[in-house]
Design a protein around this ligand. Structure first.
Ligand code: HEC
Length: 463
């Protein structure tokens, strides 16, 4: 509310962030996991004094360095750009709380990039011992980028003691820090193994190819053995309300009690199981029969699991950016009361400036919609207001908004999925007026078929 917002039609700004982030997650996990892989595989080559492994690593690292330094860096910066345009208030809060952590992250990132280039361009130019040292250095720097960013990502879901003292290190080492670090490292090792399977499958000499394929397949094992333990540990640390949303779900989305989160959870479990079986019977037991095509299939499954899991983690946190503290729309939970009494359009710096130029009630309503709802909805695209408002008329919308304004979960059954609406009485009316211009067609349609608008809101809509 204090900064200008980028309104993205149809898909919504969150999907712009989402798409860039998912690509970045794949690449950055590869950067860290691949770093560990390169260091270990080079140690193997060094110990066995095997030139074939060295040759393979030279090939593999070309692809690695190109992908992680170019695409990794571009998407990483892309996340910053898109988040600062779509949810500037949330980002400002994160920057202010963790300035030192971000600075360290940046430092390690620069060190990581520099080592990656040094590592790649010194093949055959320095001694094998020195080169192995560079590989290990890269591994350490890239692990450190994870060690820091993991603190900030987990903080958003479980801020823990930080909620009381606002001390940044308590925020970083929050309740889900260690289980999440464990899960991420395991996933990174598996992704590194999958990428290396792709390059190994192209080795010409059959016996050496079988050896490398088997070696790479072993990198998938740790996540299947230790992953479930870390996952259970992780689940014991997250807020009960989030677990409830996984298993009870949101009925309005048309999936009944079987929530989107539960479906995503099952999808990621089924995909993981498939990968495990295929990895065991394929590259591990039958490395000779392994082909480039199968390697690509593995990759696609692996990325699908990572994408789904990452998306689930994001969903768990809703309706917050920082759980229990800052809502997805950038409003602090504790500010809702004051904003409701003094008016939203009088408080936010940028929103209030825009409001002075708003000429009609609808325009004021649109501003509130933009600042309080667009973080999760669009007018007529992703999670569209048009569809979700259905046949409600202005009065029905007002009744709905009255519910959205309440803080008590007993009278507002949306508290687990939507932020409390922070407006005064006049603003609520303006918002209702604006919203009723969005679903005009839906209302006409309902009138034609004779359905009554759903004026009465009740607890059965959301379970
Ligand atoms: C943190 C994300 C978030 C924000 C912010 C948010 N919503 Fe929602 N809203 C949701 C989700 C999730 C659903 C359920 C969607 C579904 O079932 O497909 C929902 C559902 C709805 C529905 C349908 C409810 C029903 O039971 O029929 C309406 C109407 C709605 N939102 C209006 C709003 C308005 C108006 C605002 C702004 C004041 C807002 N939302 C802000 C996430 C959000």
């Amino acid at each position: 509310m204090n900064y200008p917002l980028w309104v993205v039609p149809h898909i919504g700004g969150t999907w712009v962030i989402g798409i860039i982030s998912i690509i970045h997650v794949f690449i950055s996990h590869f950067a860290v996991g691949g770093g560990i892989f390169l260091a270990f595989a080079e140690e193997l080559a060094y110990k066995k004094n095997d030139d074939r492994i060295y040759d393979f690593l030279k090939q593999h690292s070309r692809f690695f360095v190109l992908l992680t330094t170019v695409a990794g860096a571009i998407t990483g910066v892309g996340i910053w750009f898109s988040v600062s345009l779509v949810s500037p208030d949330g980002l400002a809060s994160l920057i202010q709380s963790f300035t030192l952590a971000w600075a360290e992250e940046y430092l390690f990132f620069v060190a990581e990039l520099a080592t990656a280039f040094a590592y790649y361009y010194t093949w055959d130019r320095i001694s094998k011992t020195e080169h192995l040292f560079l590989a290990r250095l890269y591994m350490i720097f890239s692990i450190f980028t994870l060690v820091i960013i993991n603190g900030i990502l987990t903080f958003m879901l479980t801020p823990g003691k930080w909620m009381v003292n606002h001390y940044w290190l308590d925020g970083v080492f929050n309740p889900t820090y260690f289980p999440s670090l464990g899960i991420r490292i395991l996933i990174m090792l598996a992704i590194a193994g999958m990428y290396a399977l792709v390059t190994s499958s192209r080795i010409k000499e059959p016996r050496f190819r079988a050896f490398m394929v088997r070696y790479c397949a072993k990198w998938l094992l740790p996540v299947f053995i230790l992953g479930p333990i870390f996952m259970v540990w992780f689940l014991t640390q997250i807020p009960q309300a989030s677990i409830d949303t996984i298993f009870t779900g949101i009925q309005t989305s048309g999936v009944g009690n079987f929530s989107v989160l539960a479906r995503a959870l099952y999808l990621s479990m089924v995909l993981s199981g498939t990968i495990l079986l295929f990895a065991y019977f394929g590259p591990y037991l039958n490395p000779k029969a392994f082909t480039f095509r199968i390697a690509i299939m593995f990759m696609v499954c692996g990325l699908a699991v990572t994408g789904t899991t990452e998306w689930m983690r994001e969903m768990l946190r809703k309706p917050y950016v920082i759980y229990g503290y800052l809502y997805s729309n950038g409003i602090h939970k504790d500010d809702v009361q004051t904003i409701s009494s003094q008016g939203f359009l009088n408080k936010g710096k940028w929103a209030s400036a825009l409001a002075q130029h708003a000429n009609s009630e609808e325009e004021r309503g649109e501003l509130i919609f933009r600042y309080q709802c667009l973080a999760c909805h669009t007018a007529d695209g992703y999670r569209s207001m048009k569809k979700l408002l259905g046949a409600r008329d202005e009065e029905a919308i007002e009744n709905f908004l009255q519910i959205l304004r309440k803080t008590d979960p007993k009278s507002n059954n949306y508290t687990g999925i939507m932020p409390t609406l922070a407006v005064n009485d006049a603003e609520l009316k303006s918002l209702a007026k604006y919203l009723s211009t969005i679903n005009v067609e839906e209302r006409h349609h309902a009138e034609q078929v004779g359905a009554k608008p759903d004026v009465k809101e009740n607890a059965s809509t959301v379970q």
